[in-house]
Each structure stands twice: as structure tokens, then as C-alpha cells.
Ligand binder design. Structure first.
Ligand code: PLP
Length: 332
């Protein structure tokens, strides 16, 4: 099939997989299980560190010095990258987007504490010039004799896919131990890499589980295409022995776009209520940008009947706790 490439161990694994008994009962649908990737670490916590394990192996192999990456000002991915760099004695440079709501809080505060170099651009300039900003900073370090690795948004590319391909193997062995055959595996989709890796993994495992990405920003068409693009890139780069046409034919990406609300990082009342509900009923903390929206989507889809007749669904908790604090006013 596909042998996992070497990685650096950065994440706490395997993360727990457990039932949410009270929420499952309350909604009267399938049993809802949760894969606790919010527990992959402290400052490295969440889904991004699983991707970074493979990226950082290549960075060390190639003797690179600087990690340059980008994201929203409250990005979990940028925070994890900043701390991974510090942990491994590398430099990090974060290209951050100010959508108008910038605060020295949440993940940004941690980025500062980590000592990462940070450049903040307003939203308009960021979107118009992102590629050239990456080039500019890469050149800046090259002129100082330092070699950079450019990591795209959310670490979602051919290398990033491997993190959640590996997670699908971890989950599959947990399913076997528990005697579970989930009908659906649900995650939040922000840059698509988590969904891509899981979709690839469960497809290669010939599992009957359907992976659902719940979009928190772009359209379902965008994410369906992104999953195919990331997996195609992955196949070319890491698994040339696989038949690309067959692989893509079996992939079955599925994204729901009904839960985005007003836009990326914009929470709405149902999301806030879902966060409070899961915290108080199950002692699990979701976040307003990703997992709160995705879990609200899961609960809504139960009510709409999507999972009728399905015994078990698994929600992948992709982290994000630090990103919650700038939303404090919405919880009052
Ligand atoms: C980045 C992120 C996601 C989305 O994962 P992608 O691989 O970017 O789609 C979901 N949840 C949290 C908490 C994140 O930080």
C-alpha cells in the first residue's frame, strides 16, 4: 500500500477515543464518539502538530533554519509552528492576517511569547500578496545565509496529508479494539488537510466509514477540490507506485457548507451555545472558529436525519482551545 515516511515524534499519541454518553442520548441519534486530538500536547496541541511531524523531519533532513508560515492572527497552526521551531532550535517567521479584529490575545499572545518573528498584514494586502510575502521573507533569510521551509496555510499540502493519513491508521486500530464500525467520521475543515488525510486514509483502508468535512470558511466545492488536489500531490510525491486514477476514483470527498455562518473565525449564537453545551454536559472544550462550528453541524445533521440508522459516528476534536479567549465577550 503506502509506507509512512519518517517523522519526528512531536505529538502525544495515541490520543484517546471515547464516547460522549450524555450528548448522544440527548440527541437520540447515533452514539457520538470523540477523537481527542485536542490532547496532542500543550503549546503544540491540536491537529497541526500531526502534519508538522512529517514536515519537520524533512526540515531537519535538509538542514533548514527557518519555518515560514501564514494564517489568521489567531491561527492555531501558526502557534504550533512557532513552538515547534522553538522546541527544535529553529527560527519561525509568521505571516499573519488582520481581518480587522486583531487583538494581542489568544494564539497571537502565545506566538509573541514563543519568540517567533511576526509580520501582520491587513486582510486585503495579505490575500493579494501572500505568495510574494513568502518570497520576500525567504529572500530576507537567504541573504543572511539561512535556508527556509515555506509551510502553506494550515500545513495543508502533500506532506501535511500524511499526518492525518497516519491518524486514520491510529483510529482504525482503536475502532478494532472497541469493536466499532462507525458510519461517519466528522471533522472541521479550514484548509482541508485534515479532511484530505482522513479521506485518503479511510479510502485506502477500504473502510465503509464516510469522512465528512464541515467547512468553516470556503464552499464545499472548494474543499472537495482541495482534498483531491492535496491527495494528487501526495500521490505524485510520496506514493508514485499507486495508480492515481484508481486512487482518486475511490476517494469520495464529502464537505458540508451549511455551518460556515458569517465567515472564517466569525462565531454565531448556535456555535457559542454548542461550546457551552459540550463543556457542561461532557467536560470537553470546543472552540468558536473550528470545532464549535463543526460540532454544531454534527448535531444539526443528526436532527436532519443524515445519520438515521447509523449506530456510531466519530467527531475528530482538532483542538483550538487557546483561540477561544479572544471571544470572551460572546460568552457573557
Ligand atoms: C486548523 C484547524 C482545523 C482545520 O484543519 P485543516 O486541516 O486546516 O482543515 C480544525 N480545527 C482546529 C482547531 C484547527 O486549528
Amino acid at each position: 500500500m503506502f509506507e509512512l515516511p519518517p517523522k519526528i515524534d512531536l505529538a502525544q499519541k495515541s490520543t484517546p477515543l471515547h464516547l460522549l454518553p450524555r450528548i448522544s442520548q440527548k440527541y437520540g441519534g447515533p452514539r457520538i464518539w470523540i477523537k481527542r486530538d485536542d490532547l496532542t500536547g500543550s503549546v503544540l496541541s491540536g491537529n497541526k502538530v500531526r502534519k508538522l511531524e512529517y514536515v519537520l523531519h524533512e526540515v531537519q533532513r535538509d538542514n533548514l533554519d527557518v519555518l515560514i508560515t501564514c494564517g489568521g492572527w489567531n491561527s492555531n497552526h501558526c502557534r504550533a509552528t512557532a513552538f515547534v521551531a522553538a522546541q527544535l532550535g529553529l527560527k519561525a517567521h509568521l505571516i499573519l492576517r488582520d481581518d480587522g479584529g486583531f487583538k494581542s490575545d489568544g494564539n497571537y499572545l502565545l506566538d509573541k511569547i514563543s519568540g517567533a518573528a511576526i509580520s501582520v498584514y491587513d486582510e486585503k494586502r495579505y490575500f493579494a500578496e501572500l505568495n510574494s510575502l513568502f518570497e520576500t521573507w525567504q529572500k530576507h533569510y537567504a541573504e543572511r545565509g539561512l535556508k527556509s521551509r515555506l509551510i502553506p496555510t494550515g500545513g495543508s499540502d502533500a506532506t501535511g496529508v500524511i499526518g492525518y493519513y497516519a491518524a486514520s491508521l491510529e483510529m482504525s486500530s482503536q475502532f478494532e479494539t472497541l469493536g466499532l464500525e462507525p458510519g461517519y467520521i466528522v471533522c472541521a475543515s479550514g484548509s482541508g488537510g485534515t479532511q484530505a488525510g482522513l479521506t485518503l486514509g479511510f479510502s485506502l483502508l477500504q473502510s465503509s466509514a464516510q469522512v465528512i468535512g464541515i467547512a468553516v470558511c470556503d464552499s464545499s466545492r472548494y474543499f472537495d477540490n482541495k482534498v483531491v488536489a492535496d491527495v494528487s500531490q501526495w500521490q505524485k510525491q510520496y506514493a508514485p507506485q499507486l495508480d492515481a486514477a484508481q486512487l482518486l476514483k475511490n476517494l469520495r470527498p464529502l464537505t458540508l457548507e451549511a455551518y460556515i455562518g458569517p465567515g472564517y473565525a466569525k462565531a454565531y449564537p448556535e456555535v457559542i451555545r454548542t461550546i457551552q453545551e459540550l463543556a457542561s454536559e461532557e467536560g470537553v472544550l470546543l472552540d468558536p472558529t473550528y470545532t464549535g462550528k463543526a460540532f454544531w453541524g454534527l448535531l444539526s445533521e443528526i436532527k436532519l436525519g443524515r445519520f438515521d440508522g447509523v449506530e456510531d459516528v466519530v467527531f475528530v476534536h482538532t483542538g483550538g482551545s487557546f483561540g477561544l479567549f479572544p471571544y470572551r465577550d460572546m460568552f457573557l
